[in-house]
Design a protein around this ligand. Structure first.
Ligand SMILES: Nc1ncnc2c1ncn2[C@@H]1O[C@H](COP(=O)(O)OP(=O)(O)OP(=O)(O)O)[C@@H](O)[C@H]1O
Length: 579
């Protein structure tokens, strides 16, 4: 995609402007095609007249053959122009589709995790695929009809006016009426389209949910309940789709019928013209040409009514995607800062009224590993996500002298390495999952995550494809692969949320030893339910009931009975034995 500073992704006209070249060719070939179309009624009239003359004995078959040959030659030329026009209209539509999808995807993937989750996968997919397609289809139709049908309509109208201007005006009175009707129906058509899109998004979400969790729903016997939910989404989809289709397809034939009412005048007054008692004096050729021209004009003009529908549909989709159509932020190369102290002061976080935790203060130096533990749902993961700054926190988190929340998303990405519960693996090779496209050697990072031997045993080593979301891997392998990816992209602050939950003790020991070496120039926050290695950490944060206690392992063993009990029950050691 070429860069163009004046291009505005949120303006439809901008897309037309950048595609000026295919549009120019569409216009030129459209002009030739549509002016050429006028030849058809003219030739039809001449042929009818020639036949009458042959029967009357004033013309020969040779004259008819000449006319037919000329008709075929003109038709070939017109069809060649039509081919060029169609080719460039398709090209114009494809270029815009690619450009729009590029912009939409770039902005979609840079939305915050919370915004993406709120919208849901089904809605996102509907926007990213079908809404863009509908917008482009509307633009394609508009281009074809305005640059193409508009010219033909004008040509036919001029021809009718030349033959008999009074009859032309009378016959054409009905066409604007059908346009006014189409414009008047805009609101209900758009409403039906918007409802259909919403239902399509909900159905996609329900389908994804059922496919993703099919086994769980079967095992726990909730298939029936899910089925009902799915059926609800399906019925709503069907209902809105039918309603939308009715609005979309029932109206154009009505517009056509309204326009065709003018034929009655042409038959009546046209016959008078031929008989010499009308407004003009016509022969058979003039009558046939006029009628053929009028029919073609009406059919063409019904396409304009269809165009209203397509444009209205495109408007619905455009409204949905427009907030995402902005120039994607230009991403500079990541500037990874040097390690510095991390200072928390009176840190608190709340999703609603009540804080999940509060009053958390500590200073961590490069080389420190800080352990975070506590009972389930006490706020450990919430604490970890504070470093991503996706939602505002209270108090302060400083990296060196700078408040984390004042950094740009790009600066935060360069400062904080984060590994959450979900390994977020892609359906790609082991190599690409670790190094995300880089050609460097992935083995040192796989070794640091205690995964090297298992990868070497795979049929294609680091080139083994791990399946969608890592389905070919065990839970522990997936967890370690995600850890290898996090380690391969070093940052001065590292947040690891329960990275050992699916590992056995000896694997955990091996990884922790690697982590200690790795963390020499970093601050690591390690969230875990397993306390075996907590005596080797510089500080511990114990969270419970919204309160936080900070200290060394020994201090917490002395001061927090719950922590002491947890540690002793897991290790079988008493007091500070493990330290
Ligand atoms: N996005 C959210 N919106 C509202 N409440 C949330 C959200 N995420 C978590 N919570 C709530 O915050 C509390 C702490 O959740 P969190 O995931 O931080 O706990 P945790 O200590 O990591 O739990 P676990 O040990 O089970 O992993 C829980 O009560 C949870 O329901």
């Amino acid at each position: 995609m070429k860069k163009d500073k004046s291009f505005r992704p949120d303006r439809v006209l901008s897309y037309f402007r950048v595609e000026w070249f295919p549009l120019l060719l569409v216009t030129l070939s459209g002009l030739v095609y549509n002016i050429g179309l006028l030849a058809a009624p003219w030739f039809e009239g001449r042929l009818a007249q020639c036949l009458a003359d042959i029967l009357g004995g004033s013309e020969t078959a040779a004259q008819m053959a000449l006319l037919v040959l000329a008709y075929i030659a003109v038709t070939l030329l017109v069809q060649a122009a039509r081919f060029i026009k169609r080719f460039y209209v398709r090209r114009f539509a494809n270029n815009i589709n690619r450009r729009m999808k590029g912009i939409l995807y770039a902005n979609l993937v840079r939305q915050s995790r919370a915004a993406l989750e709120k919208e849901g996968a089904g809605e996102l997919m509907t926007k990213a695929i079908s809404d863009v397609d509908d917008c482009v289809e509307g633009m394609r139709k508009f281009t074809t009809e305005v640059f193409d049908t508009g010219v033909a309509l004008a040509g036919y109208a001029v021809m009718l006016l030349v033959y008999d201007w009074r009859l032309a005006i009378l016959g054409l009175l009905f066409t604007p009426v059908s346009y006014v009707c189409a414009a008047g129906m805009k609101k209900p058509v758009q409403r039906a389209g918007a409802a259909y899109k919403k239902a399509a998004g909900a159905l996609s979400s329900a389908t994804l949910d059922r496919a993703r969790n099919a086994v769980t729903y079967r095992i726990y016997g909730c298939e029936e309940a899910r089925m009902e939910k799915y059926e609800e989404a399906l019925s709503l989809y069907e209902k809105t789709a039918v309603r939308n289709n009715v609005w979309q397809s029932a109206l154009p034939p009505l517009y056509l019928a309204a326009s065709e009412a003018g034929t009655l005048f042409i038959l009546w007054f046209g016959a008078k013209n031929v008989l010499g008692t009308g407004w003009s004096s016509w022969d058979i050729a003039a009558f046939t040409t006029f009628l053929s021209c009028f029919t073609k004009l009406v059919v063409k003009s019904s396409k304009v009514a269809k165009l209203f529908n397509a444009v209205q549909k495109a408007e619905v989709s455009w409204k949905r995607i427009r907030p995402l159509m902005k120039t994607p932020e230009q991403l500079d190369a990541l500037q990874i800062p040097a390690a510095q102290d991390v200072t928390l002061k009176e840190l608190a976080f709340s999703y609603g009224e009540e804080p999940v935790f509060s009053g958390l203060s500590l200073t961590a130096h490069p080389g420190d590993i800080i352990g975070i533990t506590g009972p389930v749902a006490c706020g450990k993961s919430t604490f970890g996500r504070v470093f991503l700054c996706e939602a505002p926190y209270q108090g302060s988190v400083c990296f060196g002298g700078r408040e984390l929340s004042t950094l740009t998303p790009r600066q935060i990405a360069a400062t904080v390495g984060y590994l959450g519960h979900d390994p977020e693996l892609s359906a790609d090779t082991v190599q690409n999952n670790v190094l995300c496209g880089s050609e460097q050697d992935a083995m040192p990072w796989l070794a640091a995550a205690a995964l090297k031997e298992e990868v070497l045993a795979m049929e294609k080593g680091t080139e083994t494809v791990i399946g969608s979301g890592g389905t070919r891997l065990s839970g522990g392998q997936a967890q370690r692969l995600a850890l290898a990816r996090t380690l391969a992209h070093p940052r001065p602050v590292l947040v690891l949320d329960d990275p050992f939950s699916a590992l056995d003790r000896s694997t955990e020991d091996a990884i922790f030893a690697e982590l200690q070496a790795y963390a020499r120039d970093k601050v690591v926050f390690l969230i875990s339910h397993r306390l075996y290695h907590f005596p080797q950490m510089q500080q511990i944060i114990f969270m419970e009931g919204g309160r936080t206690t900070v200290g060394t392992h020994e201090e917490l063993m002395a001061a927090v009975p719950v922590y002491r009990q947890l540690y002793e029950s897991q290790t079988g050691l008493k007091g500070g034995e493990g330290a």
